[in-house]
Structure formats: C-alpha cells, structure tokens
Design a protein around this ligand. Structure first.
Ligand code: SAH
Ligand code: SF4
Ligand code: F3S
Length: 472
C-alpha cells in the first residue's frame, strides 16, 4: 500500500535529519577532546544479527564515530542473541567487564540491542543489575539508533525502546559493509514456524517479506559498488513472498536476482525442508550463479521428535528430499543443523538421527545440545534422558559428523576450481583464503591484490574441512 511506503520514507527522512544534527554535535565534542570519538561494535548470533550490526555501524560512521576493535571505546554497542542459554551468559559476562571502562571514561555510552532485549525478563535484569547500560533497544527498531543516541544525550537516564513487533520495513538508511565484494541482503524478516524449541519467532516477530523490486534494486546498487556475491537472508527463505500483496516464490526471486549483470555468486540462508519446492531445485540446477551449497537444517532424524518439534516433515521425507536434491545437483554440498537432547528424545530417537547422518553424508553439520528457552512450548516438556546421557550422545554425534565430513570434503582433491579470494589467511600471513562455490575454504600463496577477485586454484591437499591449494 502506498501509505506504508510513505511512512517508511518519512521515517527514513526523519532519521537522516537526526543524524545530521548528531554529527555536528559529536564533531564539537571531538574538537573539545582533541581526538576522534570511537565506536566498538560487538555482534553475537546469526547472519541476521550480523546484517543488523552493519546497519548500526553505518549509522555510527555517518554521525562521525571512528571504528575501533577495543571495547573501551566512546560508544560500545552489543547486538545480542538468545537462541541458546550460553549466548545470554556471554553477554552478562561481558557487561560486567565494561564497568571499569565506564569509570575511566564517564562519557562512554553503552548500548544493547538484538534478540535478547526482546525478552522483558532480560531488560528487567539489566535495569536492576547493570545500571551502567545507557541505551536498550530491540530487533524491530534498529533504524532508530541515531534518535536513541540523541535521546540519551538529552537525558541522564537509561533510554529503553523495545517494540513488541512491527509491520514496518524502513529502507534506504546507511549500512557499513564488512567486505567490499560480498554482502548479506535481507529478503524477509521474522519467522512464523514456531518450532517448539525455538525463541526466534518471539524475538523477531512475524514473517514479513521485502518486495522483490526493492531487493533487486538493492543488489544492483551493491553490484555497482563492487559487490559480486550476495547472501540472501531469511529464517526460512523457502516461504519468501507468500505474504506479499503480489505473491512471488523464492525460486522466482532467485531468477530475478540471477539477471543482475555483474553479480557472480548467489547464496542464501536458511532453507526449511518443509517448504523446499521442486521449482527451487530446478532453478538451482540450471543456474550459473547460485552456489553449490544448501544448508538444510534437519534438527533430528526421528519422525516422533520432529513432530514434537513442530517441524512438519518426517525422517523419510527428509531423506527423500536430500536424495532428490543430490540427484538434480550432483556437485551440491549439503550442510545441516542438529539438536541433541530435545526433551522427548530417547536413545532410539537419537539412533535415528545418526542413521540420517550416515545416509545423507553431510559436508558439515552444526550440532547443538538442546537449550531450554522459557516461553517456548518445549520448555514445559519432560526430559527422557539425563544430562550425562545427552552429553554422551552429543559426543557420539560430533565424532560421526566429523568423520563423514572429512571424507566428503576431500572429494575434490586434485581438481581445479574457482574461488572468491576473501582475505589473508588468519593463521599464516603468507597465504590467502578463498571460498569455493560449495562454501569450503582454500588457503593458497598469493598477493593481497587478489582479494576480492575470482581465481582458479588447484586443490592440492585436502585437510579435512579446508584445502591447501595453488593458483593456476
Ligand atoms: N531458521 C533456521 C534456524 C535458526 S536458529 C532454521 O529453521 O533452519 C539456528 C539453529 O539453532 C537451529 O537450526 C537449531 O538447530 C538451533 N537452535 C534453535 N533453538 C535451539 C535451542 N533451544 N536449543 C538448541 N539449539 C537450538
Ligand atoms: Fe526457529 Fe524454526 Fe523459525 Fe528456524 S524455522 S527460526 S528453528 S522457529
Ligand atoms: Fe540469535 Fe536472534 Fe539470530 S536469537 S540466532 S541472533 S535471530
């Protein structure tokens, strides 16, 4: 609807005006201090959060803050995750540490945002026990950062602004890209699936898709600015477009993105197995740009547990789907997420998971021990196994997954394949690191000038989860 667009444009305009004002204000402060004002941005969680952090950093750079990796910056922002308990604990640990920086620099501003802040109990705890925090906001109003900073500078107390949900998508604000040559692009926000273990639908709100023309326009702009690889982001990209006024399938969106001249690679995350269509498989099979990688979280191999998780597929249908994908796209790399110790999981159920792992032979798998999230349906289910049994299962699964991945990831040894050079190797500065279409990394000797370019590399030696190669 037109009105919706107008509201968004008005909001973006308002934020830009605030940024102008703040910029002048911070410049003055910087002159008084005789040094630039710095910001440090810390991000926990998934690619959605990473993308939000790029938007926050874009705003901070626009108003004149200079990036530093040190936490004793003038402005510190922590973008939080709450998908598992340990994500929360890490944030509280870090917060305690920050008190000493604030003592040294009373002007320091500490901001917290992201998924954890959408939980009222968390905000209560911070209000009571971490009074050195200045600004708290959530996942729905990232675009308001400048306004919240202005509010903080004009008041003395903590500024808290959490939205329950939103139907708004505010476009066209600055974003600070981590890489010049690749970039994540939101295609949808939120999630409607309500898997019984998962807190994401509660903290990210209902599913909202961006219009295809807005997505394509953003990608064209990115390409004009040097980007050659995009990662389309959504909690369940396969249900993209269903709620739009003019519904569009994810496969159709991919075809539209494929047509963008100058774009070389398209990735996407994450695919829910229940919505993965034959149309998508066909589009992937014939595409020249879509990467040969599909992340297809299975969570469990037991049909009973999958039902309890509200995943809407069975062991058999998952296996059939994996088979169909491999037949249609033989060089595809399949990766997955698995949860061990879901409350209703018995030893037999766990054996089913191991069985699927052996049958599908994933190129890699993220394995998690189930973490109880209050407010989710699974939080009230009774455990069928002890902590010790669950830990034992986790170790067995990890071993199985790693042994298989080591073999499947070595299958291209000796071949020559194209990589996008992403940077210098973090361990060995004589080497560059490039990414294959199938998402595996290759380390090989070369000059920094090659960063951001595509190179053909011989995969000389398979090292398990990466290759050592040489440029051809
Ligand atoms: N939308 C994605 C997943 C996002 S969360 C999807 O459905 O595929 C990333 C992963 O975290 C999930 O795939 C799941 O394996 C894991 N996860 C989510 N909630 C969890 C919990 N309560 N305990 C343990 N792992 C969890
Ligand atoms: Fe969570 Fe399920 Fe939504 Fe993924 S699809 S974000 S696991 S509720
Ligand atoms: Fe975490 Fe929020 Fe992503 S809970 S996994 S950062 S959507």
């Amino acid at each position: 609807m037109r009105t919706g667009t107008n509201i968004n444009e008005l909001e973006a305009q308002k934020q830009k005006e605030i940024m102008e004002r703040l910029k002048a204000r911070l410049e003055k402060r910087s002159q008084e201090l005789g040094r630039p004002l710095t910001y440090c941005s810390v991000c926990f969680g998934c690619q959605m959060n990473a993308k939000d952090s790029e938007k926050l950093e874009g705003i901070l750079e626009t108003i004149g803050y200079v990036r530093t990796e040190n936490e004793d910056a003038d402005f510190l922002i922590m973008n939080t995750c709450t998908v598992r308990e340990n994500a929360n604990l890490r944030v509280y640990g870090r917060l305690g540490q920050l008190k000493k920086y604030k003592k040294k620099n009373p002007d320091m501003i500490i901001a917290l945002c992201g998924c954890m802040m959408q939980e009222s109990l968390v905000v209560e705890k911070i209000k009571q026990s971490y009074r050195h925090v200045d600004i708290i906001f959530g996942t729905h109003n990232v675009f308001k950062l400048a306004e919240l900073i202005e509010n903080r500078l004009d008041s003395k107390g903590m500024v808290i602004d959490i939205w329950e949900g939103t139907s708004e998508i505010v476009e066209d604000l600055p974003s600070e890209r981590k890489y010049d040559f690749k970039c994540g692009v939101n295609i949808m926000y939120g999630c409607n699936n309500f898997c019984t273990y998962c807190i994401v639908p509660y903290v990210r709100g209902r599913e909202r898709s961006r219009k295809p023309e807005d997505i394509v326009a953003e990608i064209k702009e990115l390409v004009a600015d040097g980007v050659t690889e995009v990662m389309l982001l959504g909690q369940n990209v396969n249900s993209y477009g269903k709620t739009l006024e003019n519904p569009v399938s994810f496969a159709k969106l991919l075809e539209m993105v494929e047509e963008v001249d100058g774009l070389k690679r398209i990735r996407f995350m994450t695919s829910h197995p229940k919505d993965l269509s034959d149309e998508l498989i066909a589009v992937m099979a014939k595409s020249k740009k879509i990467c040969k990688h599909l992340h297809l979280p299975m969570q469990s191999g037991s049909s009973k547990v999958l039902k309890d998780m509200n995943r809407s597929y069975t062991k058999e249908s998952y296996l059939a789907l994996a088979d169909k994908i491999k037949k249609a796209i033989p060089d595809i790399s399949l990766t997955t997420d698995i949860i061990v110790g879901f409350p209703t999981e018995t030893e037999e159920d766990f054996e089913e998971t191991i069985d699927v792992v052996r049958k599908v032979r994933f190129d890699s798998a993220f394995t998690f021990i189930y973490s109880r999230r209050s407010g989710t349906p699974a939080a009230n289910m009774e455990f069928q196994a002890t902590d010790e049994e669950i830990k034992g299962r986790f170790d067995r699964l990890l071993k199985e997954v790693q042994e298989i991945a080591k073999e499947t990831c070595s299958k291209d040894q000796g071949n020559i394949m194209e990589v996008l050079v992403e940077g210098r190797d973090e361990q060995d500065e004589n080497l560059l690191t490039g990414r294959l279409s199938n998402n595996l990394l290759v380390h090989f000797p070369g000059d920094s000038e090659l960063i951001g370019t595509y190179q053909n590399v011989k995969l000389a030696e398979a090292k398990g989860f990466y290759y050592i190669g040489e440029r051809i």
